[in-house]
Structure formats: C-alpha cells, structure tokens
Design a binder for this molecule. Structure first.
Ligand code: CMP
Length: 152
C-alpha cells in the first residue's frame, strides 16, 4: 500500500467542487485515511513548494495557495501516487486530457484544483507537513474485499 498527500486547492474550495472531486477518489476505490480543512501560511507554502521557491511563478503561487482554505487528505491505495496523478491529468488544465479531473474542471496552469505527491519521498515529506502522525488513521474499509483480490 502506498500513500499520497492530496490537496484540494483554494480554487477547488471556492468553486464548491470538493464533493465532486472527493467522489472521484472514492469511486475509484481509494481510501481516505486523513482529512483536514486548513489555511496554508506563507511559511508552509515555502516548505511545501521548496523546489519552486526560486521560480518566477512562485510569488503568484504563494498568493494563490494562501488565499483561501485548502482541504488536505492522505489517500491510500495500491500504486496510489501514480494512479492519482493520472486521474489529475497534466499540470495545466488547458493541456490535461478530457476525462481527467483537471481536463474536466480546470482551464488554468496555476488554478489546477488539486495537488498530489509525485513520489514516495515527496509523499512522506508532505504528509508530515500537513498532518500529525495521530491524525492519519489505520483504517481498512469493510468493502475492501469487493474492491481488489486478496493477493493484489
Ligand atoms: P502542483 O501540482 O501543486 O505543483 C506546483 C504548482 O505550481 C502547480 O500545481 C501549479 O498550481 C503551479 N504551477 C506550475 N507551473 C506553473 C507556471 N508555469 N506558472 C504558474 N503556476 C505554475
């Protein structure tokens, strides 16, 4: 089992799309094992987006990500990091394929609705930034035997 840190960004919260996006992950059979609505601070933004801090678009990204609440989740599943990034589509909503979350709901490079970890190392770092260990539940939904075979 793998874990990913998923953020429904301020544009997603403001556009009242949280329910529809959460449903996509639930419908896929992925497990939400932590969830929290919070306001990202400039300090958290710099830690989260450390690799982008020196890039020209970073000031706008910080203003955007701190501009309204975000919904942070930890989602667990088989190969979940790749699976979720494929569900999101390309970074820019203008380039993301139809049928992906960004392809269906976003027409922007910055306001692309959802962030998801891009590697196990990033997931561990990002989960630690948004959640205390006790907030991440050890939870196996009772439907699990109907969502995958025991040896998968
Ligand atoms: P995310 O997957 O959260 O990772 C970094 C974020 O920076 C990205 O989604 C976009 O919201 C934003 N981003 C990436 N590239 C650009 C860009 N060229 N201009 C503006 N914002 C960008």
């Amino acid at each position: 089992m793998e874990r990913s840190l998923v953020l429904l960004k301020p544009d997603c919260v403001q556009r009242r799309l949280m329910g529809q996006i959460i449903s996509r992950f639930e419908d896929k059979g992925l497990n939400i094992i932590a969830m929290k609505l919070l306001q990202v601070t400039p300090e958290m933004s710099k830690q989260h987006y450390a690799e982008h801090v020196e890039k020209p678009f970073y000031p706008g990204l910080e203003e955007f990500i701190t501009g309204a609440p975000v919904l942070a989740m930890v989602i667990e599943g088989l190969e979940v990091i790749r699976v979720i990034r494929e569900m999101l589509g390309a970074t820019s909503g203008l380039k993301a394929a139809s049928g992906t979350i960004r392809g269906d709901y976003s027409s922007s490079r910055q306001m692309n609705l959802v962030h998801a970890s891009d590697s196990p190392e990033a997931a561990a770092r990002e989960i630690g930034l948004y959640f205390d260990a006790a907030e991440v539940l050890d939870f196996t939904p009772c439907l699990t035997p109907w969502l995958k075979a025991g040896d998968e």
